[in-house]
Design a protein around this ligand. Structure first.
Ligand SMILES: Cc1cc2nc3c(=O)[nH]c(=O)nc-3n(C[C@H](O)[C@H](O)[C@H](O)COP(=O)(O)OP(=O)(O)OC[C@H]3O[C@@H](n4cnc5c(N)ncnc54)[C@H](O)[C@@H]3O)c2cc1C
Length: 410
């Protein structure tokens, strides 16, 4: 059941998707880029600052409502939705949770309006699933920092205006690598976007390497503690993964909707193929799995909201202890595990549902002028970025404890 606000946002997102995304998605995929104007229009509607508080120019929605909108946009084009997910998710979340008031007032309004498009540069050639192995460095202090290194597979690495770059700042008191999160202008001298990757799917999304050759970032570009960047990134991935979960549900739903329409139109043996038990059963399972994936994403979103609420209360009451992921204290799975579950199930559902749609389309499913092969290519990406399925299983597995330990009840 959606709230009245969620219904209203969904309608806005649905109309936008049907009129401004669906008619262009195939052409964007062929061209390898979407028109930047569509981002400007998304910004005008508030869709680039859905979680940003109103005082910074955002819509100040809660996470479940944001994900309702993101699913709709992803149903139209997952490549565009990936940019929307990054713009709404990890970058503003880190600023809001760890940025100074000056940083929030300076950057959040431009992110929310789309005046500045942001990226998130964590992965490196030898540090993907294991970002702690990153070798990019930031040398300096409160007066300013100099960044050296290279990032890999950065979404919008060339066209973003602002890049959140994670870099090693030294070692912490236990001799472990310390990491900082830096807001870098992509126009800075020494910021070089490299070759654009040729990707299997999400072809309209720009995936590039980025080289940082003595890039200067002022002291005001470090967000929070110079030793807490990785922690901030992993915390933000809890939200990011819910966004990718919603993106995957959008792809799975598009597969289902195309398959239902086609199965009612296509006739074989004198009947619509939807009347055959084998096809109807596929459609039924697709519908059930899409609904199950969405429910898991929404449950993760509600858990994230509860965790955020606890963090905000702690900040207000001056409690410095970090808030455990298990906000209920009742032995429920922590938020990190819930968000990992949501992304795992939704992304694997998207891949599976897109493949079923290709089967239902028969020979046409294999043809590029029909929409379902693109969904199959796009879905695969959701199983990789912001945590591969194997890593998500590790995260979930780690949270499962015997009942007497009072954590990890699914
Ligand atoms: C389209 C696209 C967009 C992306 N956008 C961004 C972006 O904007 N910013 C960014 O920072 N990164 C981005 N990435 C990078 C992405 O996050 C990484 O590709 C991902 O985290 C996996 O890292 P890797 O490719 O190095 O694989 P690896 O970590 O090398 O993994 C290779 C294989 O080993 C498995 N594996 C690794 N460790 C374990 C383990 N402990 N147990 C079991 N299996 C394991 C993995 O699951 C995988 O199957 C993007 C990637 C893609 C494809």
């Amino acid at each position: 059941m959606l709230t009245a606000e969620q219904e209203a946002i969904r309608e806005l997102a649905r109309d936008f998707t049907d009129s401004e995304i669906v008619p262009h998605a195939a052409a964007w995929d062929r061209a390898g880029s979407f028109d930047r104007g569509v981002l400007a229009r998304l910004g005008e509607l508030g869709f680039l600052g859905m979680l940003v508080p109103e005082r910074y120019g955002g819509l100040e929605l809660d996470v479940p409502t944001y994900l309702v909108a993101l699913e709709e946009l992803a149903r139209g084009d997952a490549a565009l939705a990936l940019t929307v997910a990054i713009q709404n998710g990890p970058v503003p979340a880190i600023l809001l949770a760890h940025g100074s008031e000056a940083q929030k007032s300076r950057w959040l309004p431009d992110l929310a309006s789309g005046a500045k498009i942001a990226g998130f540069a964590l992965s490196e050639a030898q540090a993907g699933s294991d970002p702690a192995a990153m070798t990019t460095t930031a040398a300096g202090d409160a007066g300013g920092w100099t960044l050296h290194g290279a990032k890999r597979w950065v979404t919008n690495g060339a066209s973003a205006d602002l890049m959140l770059v994670f870099a090693r700042t030294g070692e912490d008191d236990r001799g472990k690598p310390a990491t900082g999160a830096f807001l870098v202008d992509t126009a800075s001298p020494g910021y070089h976007a490299g070759r654009r990757e040729k990707t299997m799917g999400l072809r309209a999304s720009e995936t590039v390497s980025v080289e940082l050759d003595a890039v200067e970032a002022g002291g005001d570009r470090l967000i929070g503690d110079p030793g807490h960047g990785l922690r901030q990134a992993l915390e933000a991935l809890d939200l990011g993964r819910l966004g990718i979960g919603a993106q995957a549900v959008g792809i799975a739903r598009a597969a289902l909707e195309h398959a239902v329409r086609y199965a009612h139109d296509r006739r074989q043996f004198g009947r619509a193929i939807a009347s055959f038990g084998g096809v109807r059963s596929k459609l039924a399972t697709m519908a059930a799995r899409v609904a199950a994936a969405r429910a898991l994403v929404m449950e993760g979103a509600r858990a994230w909201e509860a965790l955020e609420g606890a963090r905000v209360r702690n900040a207000r009451d001056g409690v410095s202890a970090p808030v455990s992921g298990d906000v209920t204290g009742s032995g429920q799975l922590p938020v990190t595990a819930r968000s990992a579950m949501a992304k795992l199930v939704a992304s694997e559902t998207a891949t599976w549902a897109a493949e079923e749609a290709v089967r239902i389309f028969g020979g046409y499913g294999f043809m590029r002028e029909y929409p379902v092969e693109k969904l199959m290519r796009d879905a695969k990406g959701t199983e990789i970025y912001e945590g591969t399925s194997e890593i998500l299983r590790l995260v979930i597995g780690r949270s499962l404890k015997p009942r007497e330990a009072a954590v990890g009840t699914p």
